[in-house]
Ligand binder design. Sequence first.
Ligand code: PLP
Length: 369
Amino acid sequence: MIPFVDLRAIHQPLYSELVEAFTGVLDGNAFVLGPAVEQFERSFAAYVGRKHCVGLNSGTSALHLALKSYGIGPGDEVITTPHTFVATAWAISYCGARPVFADVEASTGNINSEQVRALVTPRTKAILPVDLYGNPAALTVLEEVAATNGLRLIDDACQAHGSRLSGRPVGSFGDVACFSFYPAKNLGAVGEGGAVVTDDDALADRLRMLRDHAQVGRHNHVEIGFNYRMEGVQGAVLGIKLHYLDSWNSARSHAAARYFELLSGLEGVRLPSVTPGGEPNWHLFVVRVASRERVIRSMQEMGVQTAVHYPVPVHLQPAYAHLGYRKGDFPEAEAFASSCLSLPMFPTITEGDQVRVAKSLAVAVGGAA
Ligand SMILES: *Cc1c(COP(=O)(O)O)cnc(C)c1O
Protein backbone atom coordinates (compact mmCIF):
# COMPACT_ATOMS: atom_id res chain seq x y z
CA MET A 1 0.00 0.00 0.00
CA ILE A 2 1.35 3.47 -0.89
CA PRO A 3 0.33 5.70 2.03
CA PHE A 4 -1.04 9.21 1.61
CA VAL A 5 1.62 10.56 4.03
CA ASP A 6 4.48 8.81 5.82
CA LEU A 7 5.46 10.59 9.05
CA ARG A 8 7.50 7.63 10.32
CA ALA A 9 9.88 7.98 7.36
CA ILE A 10 10.39 11.66 8.23
CA HIS A 11 11.14 11.04 11.91
CA GLN A 12 13.21 7.86 11.62
CA PRO A 13 16.48 9.57 10.51
CA LEU A 14 16.02 12.21 13.27
CA TYR A 15 15.31 9.65 15.97
CA SER A 16 18.32 10.26 18.22
CA GLU A 17 18.10 14.05 17.80
CA LEU A 18 14.43 13.96 18.81
CA VAL A 19 15.02 11.72 21.81
CA GLU A 20 17.74 14.13 22.94
CA ALA A 21 15.21 16.98 22.63
CA PHE A 22 12.68 15.04 24.74
CA THR A 23 15.18 14.35 27.51
CA GLY A 24 16.34 17.99 27.34
CA VAL A 25 12.80 19.16 28.10
CA LEU A 26 12.39 16.51 30.82
CA ASP A 27 15.65 17.46 32.50
CA GLY A 28 15.08 21.21 32.04
CA ASN A 29 11.60 20.99 33.55
CA ALA A 30 10.26 23.57 31.08
CA PHE A 31 7.07 21.89 29.89
CA VAL A 32 5.05 24.96 28.90
CA LEU A 33 6.77 27.81 26.99
CA GLY A 34 10.38 28.12 28.25
CA PRO A 35 13.77 28.30 26.49
CA ALA A 36 13.14 25.71 23.74
CA VAL A 37 9.97 27.56 22.68
CA GLU A 38 11.74 30.94 22.78
CA GLN A 39 14.57 29.62 20.66
CA PHE A 40 12.15 28.16 18.11
CA GLU A 41 10.23 31.46 18.02
CA ARG A 42 13.42 33.35 17.14
CA SER A 43 14.39 30.82 14.45
CA PHE A 44 10.95 30.70 12.85
CA ALA A 45 10.56 34.50 12.84
CA ALA A 46 13.90 34.75 11.01
CA TYR A 47 12.86 31.96 8.64
CA VAL A 48 9.73 33.81 7.47
CA GLY A 49 11.37 37.26 7.60
CA ARG A 50 9.41 38.70 10.53
CA LYS A 51 10.44 40.43 13.76
CA HIS A 52 8.25 38.29 16.01
CA CYS A 53 6.90 34.77 16.26
CA VAL A 54 4.48 33.91 19.08
CA GLY A 55 4.30 30.15 19.73
CA LEU A 56 0.85 28.74 20.43
CA ASN A 57 -0.91 25.43 20.96
CA SER A 58 -2.52 25.13 17.49
CA GLY A 59 -3.13 26.83 14.17
CA THR A 60 -6.77 27.29 15.15
CA SER A 61 -5.63 29.23 18.25
CA ALA A 62 -3.26 31.26 16.07
CA LEU A 63 -6.11 32.37 13.80
CA HIS A 64 -8.38 33.11 16.76
CA LEU A 65 -5.76 35.13 18.63
CA ALA A 66 -4.72 37.09 15.52
CA LEU A 67 -8.31 38.26 14.96
CA LYS A 68 -8.90 38.80 18.70
CA SER A 69 -5.74 40.87 19.10
CA TYR A 70 -7.09 43.34 16.52
CA GLY A 71 -10.31 43.68 18.53
CA ILE A 72 -12.48 42.02 15.88
CA GLY A 73 -15.83 41.19 17.47
CA PRO A 74 -19.64 41.22 17.19
CA GLY A 75 -20.97 43.34 14.31
CA ASP A 76 -17.73 42.96 12.33
CA GLU A 77 -17.29 41.08 9.06
CA VAL A 78 -14.23 39.15 7.89
CA ILE A 79 -13.97 38.08 4.25
CA THR A 80 -12.61 34.57 3.74
CA THR A 81 -12.72 31.53 1.45
CA PRO A 82 -15.26 28.72 1.62
CA HIS A 83 -12.78 26.17 0.20
CA THR A 84 -10.58 25.58 3.25
CA PHE A 85 -10.30 23.62 6.46
CA VAL A 86 -13.19 24.73 8.66
CA ALA A 87 -10.87 26.20 11.35
CA THR A 88 -10.30 29.28 9.14
CA ALA A 89 -13.95 30.22 9.67
CA TRP A 90 -14.02 29.08 13.33
CA ALA A 91 -11.57 31.86 14.19
CA ILE A 92 -14.01 34.49 12.92
CA SER A 93 -16.95 32.88 14.75
CA TYR A 94 -14.99 32.55 18.04
CA CYS A 95 -14.64 36.36 17.97
CA GLY A 96 -18.40 36.77 17.48
CA ALA A 97 -17.81 38.27 14.02
CA ARG A 98 -19.43 37.13 10.78
CA PRO A 99 -17.60 35.12 8.09
CA VAL A 100 -18.36 36.56 4.64
CA PHE A 101 -17.34 34.15 1.91
CA ALA A 102 -15.93 35.03 -1.52
CA ASP A 103 -15.72 32.43 -4.28
CA VAL A 104 -12.35 30.97 -5.31
CA GLU A 105 -10.33 31.20 -8.52
CA ALA A 106 -11.25 28.39 -10.93
CA SER A 107 -7.53 27.76 -11.53
CA THR A 108 -5.94 27.55 -8.05
CA GLY A 109 -8.87 27.22 -5.66
CA ASN A 110 -7.51 30.22 -3.74
CA ILE A 111 -9.77 33.15 -2.81
CA ASN A 112 -10.73 35.39 -5.75
CA SER A 113 -9.33 38.83 -4.91
CA GLU A 114 -11.71 40.73 -7.22
CA GLN A 115 -14.67 39.18 -5.38
CA VAL A 116 -13.05 40.17 -2.09
CA ARG A 117 -12.89 43.78 -3.31
CA ALA A 118 -16.59 43.71 -4.23
CA LEU A 119 -17.65 42.32 -0.82
CA VAL A 120 -16.13 45.08 1.33
CA THR A 121 -18.75 46.92 3.42
CA PRO A 122 -18.44 49.49 6.24
CA ARG A 123 -18.56 46.50 8.65
CA THR A 124 -15.61 44.69 7.06
CA LYS A 125 -12.56 44.63 9.36
CA ALA A 126 -10.21 42.08 7.81
CA ILE A 127 -9.43 39.79 4.89
CA LEU A 128 -8.47 36.21 5.78
CA PRO A 129 -7.09 34.36 2.74
CA VAL A 130 -5.69 30.81 2.84
CA ASP A 131 -2.55 29.64 1.00
CA LEU A 132 -4.40 26.54 -0.10
CA TYR A 133 -2.40 23.30 -0.42
CA GLY A 134 0.74 25.45 0.16
CA ASN A 135 0.18 27.57 -2.97
CA PRO A 136 0.25 31.27 -2.00
CA ALA A 137 -2.99 33.21 -2.41
CA ALA A 138 -2.76 36.41 -4.52
CA LEU A 139 -1.23 38.10 -1.47
CA THR A 140 0.26 41.14 -3.21
CA VAL A 141 -3.15 41.98 -4.74
CA LEU A 142 -4.85 41.37 -1.40
CA GLU A 143 -2.31 43.64 0.36
CA GLU A 144 -3.43 46.39 -2.04
CA VAL A 145 -7.16 45.65 -1.46
CA ALA A 146 -6.59 45.76 2.31
CA ALA A 147 -4.58 49.01 2.17
CA THR A 148 -7.12 50.72 -0.14
CA ASN A 149 -9.98 49.86 2.20
CA GLY A 150 -8.23 50.28 5.57
CA LEU A 151 -8.54 46.56 6.41
CA ARG A 152 -6.27 44.08 8.17
CA LEU A 153 -4.79 41.30 6.05
CA ILE A 154 -4.41 38.14 8.12
CA ASP A 155 -2.88 35.25 6.15
CA ASP A 156 -3.91 31.69 7.01
CA ALA A 157 -0.53 30.18 6.14
CA CYS A 158 -1.28 26.96 8.06
CA GLN A 159 -0.35 24.90 4.98
CA ALA A 160 2.42 27.10 3.58
CA HIS A 161 5.64 26.76 5.66
CA GLY A 162 8.47 27.64 3.29
CA SER A 163 6.30 28.69 0.33
CA ARG A 164 7.29 31.89 -1.46
CA LEU A 165 5.60 34.51 -3.63
CA SER A 166 7.53 36.95 -5.85
CA GLY A 167 10.69 35.90 -3.97
CA ARG A 168 9.23 36.76 -0.54
CA PRO A 169 8.53 34.08 2.09
CA VAL A 170 4.90 33.37 2.89
CA GLY A 171 4.43 34.63 6.43
CA SER A 172 5.88 38.02 5.52
CA PHE A 173 2.72 39.25 3.72
CA GLY A 174 -0.06 41.22 5.38
CA ASP A 175 -0.28 42.38 8.99
CA VAL A 176 0.16 38.93 10.49
CA ALA A 177 0.34 35.33 9.30
CA CYS A 178 -0.84 32.24 11.14
CA PHE A 179 0.84 28.82 11.01
CA SER A 180 -0.16 25.36 12.19
CA PHE A 181 2.36 22.72 13.28
CA TYR A 182 -0.14 19.86 13.26
CA PRO A 183 1.94 16.68 12.70
CA ALA A 184 0.97 16.22 9.03
CA LYS A 185 1.87 19.80 8.02
CA ASN A 186 5.21 20.37 6.21
CA LEU A 187 6.66 21.52 9.55
CA GLY A 188 4.92 19.34 12.13
CA ALA A 189 5.15 18.99 15.90
CA VAL A 190 4.72 15.71 17.80
CA GLY A 191 1.28 16.89 18.86
CA GLU A 192 -0.50 20.20 18.44
CA GLY A 193 1.21 23.52 17.74
CA GLY A 194 0.78 26.86 16.01
CA ALA A 195 2.19 30.38 15.76
CA VAL A 196 1.43 33.96 14.75
CA VAL A 197 4.19 35.97 13.07
CA THR A 198 4.27 39.76 12.78
CA ASP A 199 6.54 42.82 12.62
CA ASP A 200 4.35 44.80 15.04
CA ASP A 201 6.02 45.03 18.50
CA ALA A 202 2.87 46.06 20.37
CA LEU A 203 0.79 43.35 18.70
CA ALA A 204 3.38 40.69 19.57
CA ASP A 205 3.25 41.78 23.24
CA ARG A 206 -0.53 41.59 23.15
CA LEU A 207 -0.49 38.09 21.60
CA ARG A 208 1.98 36.90 24.29
CA MET A 209 -0.24 38.33 27.01
CA LEU A 210 -3.46 36.84 25.60
CA ARG A 211 -1.99 33.33 25.11
CA ASP A 212 -1.02 33.23 28.81
CA HIS A 213 -4.36 34.01 30.54
CA ALA A 214 -4.01 37.74 29.76
CA GLN A 215 -1.61 37.96 32.64
CA VAL A 216 0.39 41.14 33.19
CA GLY A 217 2.48 40.57 36.29
CA ARG A 218 1.68 37.61 38.51
CA HIS A 219 -2.03 37.04 39.28
CA ASN A 220 -3.04 40.21 37.45
CA HIS A 221 -5.40 39.40 34.54
CA VAL A 222 -6.19 42.52 32.54
CA GLU A 223 -8.90 41.01 30.28
CA ILE A 224 -10.45 37.63 29.45
CA GLY A 225 -7.44 35.53 28.44
CA PHE A 226 -6.67 32.11 26.99
CA ASN A 227 -4.48 29.12 27.66
CA TYR A 228 -2.97 28.94 24.17
CA ARG A 229 0.70 28.43 25.12
CA MET A 230 3.08 26.23 23.14
CA GLU A 231 4.48 23.23 25.02
CA GLY A 232 8.22 22.98 25.65
CA VAL A 233 8.52 19.63 23.90
CA GLN A 234 6.86 20.99 20.75
CA GLY A 235 9.24 23.98 20.69
CA ALA A 236 12.23 21.63 21.04
CA VAL A 237 11.03 19.28 18.26
CA LEU A 238 10.08 22.14 15.92
CA GLY A 239 13.48 23.76 16.46
CA ILE A 240 15.14 20.57 15.21
CA LYS A 241 12.72 19.93 12.34
CA LEU A 242 13.01 23.53 11.06
CA HIS A 243 16.60 22.72 10.00
CA TYR A 244 15.22 20.12 7.59
CA LEU A 245 12.21 22.03 6.25
CA ASP A 246 13.89 23.40 3.10
CA SER A 247 15.29 20.01 2.10
CA TRP A 248 11.90 18.34 2.68
CA ASN A 249 10.17 21.05 0.66
CA SER A 250 12.62 20.66 -2.18
CA ALA A 251 12.01 16.86 -2.18
CA ARG A 252 8.27 17.61 -2.39
CA SER A 253 8.90 20.03 -5.23
CA HIS A 254 10.80 17.34 -7.17
CA ALA A 255 7.95 14.92 -6.51
CA ALA A 256 5.44 17.52 -7.76
CA ALA A 257 7.47 18.03 -10.96
CA ARG A 258 7.48 14.27 -11.46
CA TYR A 259 3.68 14.09 -11.05
CA PHE A 260 3.33 16.84 -13.67
CA GLU A 261 5.46 14.76 -16.05
CA LEU A 262 3.70 11.48 -15.33
CA LEU A 263 0.19 12.90 -15.52
CA SER A 264 0.42 15.53 -18.25
CA GLY A 265 -2.04 14.90 -21.05
CA LEU A 266 -3.96 12.30 -19.04
CA GLU A 267 -7.57 12.79 -20.05
CA GLY A 268 -10.03 13.28 -17.21
CA VAL A 269 -7.40 14.61 -14.79
CA ARG A 270 -6.94 18.33 -14.17
CA LEU A 271 -3.53 19.17 -12.72
CA PRO A 272 -2.94 21.84 -10.03
CA SER A 273 -2.31 25.49 -10.96
CA VAL A 274 0.29 27.69 -9.27
CA THR A 275 -0.27 31.39 -8.51
CA PRO A 276 1.85 33.59 -10.85
CA GLY A 277 5.15 34.25 -9.05
CA GLY A 278 4.39 31.53 -6.52
CA GLU A 279 6.74 28.80 -5.27
CA PRO A 280 4.48 26.39 -3.37
CA ASN A 281 5.81 24.06 -0.67
CA TRP A 282 3.57 21.32 -2.16
CA HIS A 283 1.92 20.52 1.14
CA LEU A 284 -0.66 18.70 -0.97
CA PHE A 285 -0.75 17.68 -4.64
CA VAL A 286 -4.40 18.02 -5.59
CA VAL A 287 -5.84 16.96 -8.94
CA ARG A 288 -9.45 17.21 -10.05
CA VAL A 289 -11.46 14.30 -11.41
CA ALA A 290 -15.08 13.43 -12.18
CA SER A 291 -16.75 10.52 -10.33
CA ARG A 292 -14.30 11.00 -7.47
CA GLU A 293 -15.71 8.40 -5.09
CA ARG A 294 -15.30 5.70 -7.73
CA VAL A 295 -11.74 6.84 -8.50
CA ILE A 296 -10.84 6.73 -4.78
CA ARG A 297 -12.22 3.19 -4.39
CA SER A 298 -10.53 1.97 -7.52
CA MET A 299 -7.12 3.44 -6.52
CA GLN A 300 -7.51 1.96 -3.02
CA GLU A 301 -8.07 -1.48 -4.60
CA MET A 302 -4.82 -0.96 -6.55
CA GLY A 303 -2.98 -0.17 -3.29
CA VAL A 304 -2.90 3.62 -3.43
CA GLN A 305 -4.21 5.72 -0.56
CA THR A 306 -5.65 9.17 -1.39
CA ALA A 307 -7.48 11.88 0.56
CA VAL A 308 -9.92 14.75 -0.06
CA HIS A 309 -9.24 18.36 1.00
CA TYR A 310 -12.09 19.28 1.38
CA PRO A 311 -15.31 17.58 0.26
CA VAL A 312 -17.82 20.06 1.76
CA PRO A 313 -17.25 23.81 1.40
CA VAL A 314 -17.55 25.75 4.65
CA HIS A 315 -20.66 27.72 3.57
CA LEU A 316 -22.54 24.41 3.24
CA GLN A 317 -21.44 22.95 6.59
CA PRO A 318 -24.35 22.37 9.03
CA ALA A 319 -22.52 24.54 11.59
CA TYR A 320 -22.92 27.53 9.27
CA ALA A 321 -26.55 27.00 8.21
CA HIS A 322 -27.44 30.14 10.22
CA LEU A 323 -25.47 32.32 7.78
CA GLY A 324 -28.12 31.55 5.14
CA TYR A 325 -25.85 30.50 2.26
CA ARG A 326 -27.19 28.05 -0.33
CA LYS A 327 -25.82 25.50 -2.73
CA GLY A 328 -24.88 27.38 -5.90
CA ASP A 329 -23.71 30.53 -4.09
CA PHE A 330 -20.02 29.78 -4.82
CA PRO A 331 -19.90 27.65 -7.97
CA GLU A 332 -16.09 27.47 -8.25
CA ALA A 333 -15.62 26.46 -4.61
CA GLU A 334 -18.37 23.88 -4.95
CA ALA A 335 -16.83 22.51 -8.15
CA PHE A 336 -13.47 22.17 -6.37
CA ALA A 337 -15.07 20.48 -3.36
CA SER A 338 -16.79 17.89 -5.51
CA SER A 339 -13.80 17.03 -7.73
CA CYS A 340 -10.58 17.53 -5.72
CA LEU A 341 -8.41 14.52 -4.98
CA SER A 342 -5.15 14.66 -2.99
CA LEU A 343 -2.49 12.22 -4.24
CA PRO A 344 0.19 10.72 -1.96
CA MET A 345 2.75 13.47 -1.25
CA PHE A 346 5.61 13.39 1.28
CA PRO A 347 9.36 14.08 1.07
CA THR A 348 10.43 10.41 0.92
CA ILE A 349 8.00 9.32 -1.80
CA THR A 350 9.96 7.38 -4.45
CA GLU A 351 9.81 7.59 -8.23
CA GLY A 352 8.54 3.98 -8.24
CA ASP A 353 5.69 4.93 -5.87
CA GLN A 354 4.76 7.87 -8.08
CA VAL A 355 4.73 5.75 -11.23
CA ARG A 356 2.33 3.38 -9.46
CA VAL A 357 0.14 6.28 -8.30
CA ALA A 358 0.02 7.66 -11.86
CA LYS A 359 -0.82 4.25 -13.37
CA SER A 360 -3.56 3.57 -10.85
CA LEU A 361 -5.05 7.03 -11.44
CA ALA A 362 -4.99 6.48 -15.22
CA VAL A 363 -6.77 3.15 -14.86
CA ALA A 364 -9.24 4.59 -12.36
CA VAL A 365 -10.28 7.56 -14.52
CA GLY A 366 -10.32 5.37 -17.63
CA GLY A 367 -12.74 3.08 -15.86
CA ALA A 368 -14.85 6.02 -14.80
CA ALA A 369 -15.16 7.49 -18.29
C1 PLP B 1 -4.32 22.84 9.65
C2 PLP B 1 -5.08 24.06 9.30
C3 PLP B 1 -5.67 24.89 10.27
C4 PLP B 1 -5.76 24.52 11.72
O1 PLP B 1 -4.59 24.19 12.33
P1 PLP B 1 -4.60 23.27 13.65
O2 PLP B 1 -3.17 23.32 14.10
O3 PLP B 1 -5.02 21.89 13.23
O4 PLP B 1 -5.53 23.87 14.63
C5 PLP B 1 -6.26 26.07 9.87
N1 PLP B 1 -6.31 26.42 8.57
C6 PLP B 1 -5.79 25.62 7.59
C7 PLP B 1 -5.88 26.08 6.18
C8 PLP B 1 -5.18 24.42 7.93
O5 PLP B 1 -4.70 23.63 6.96
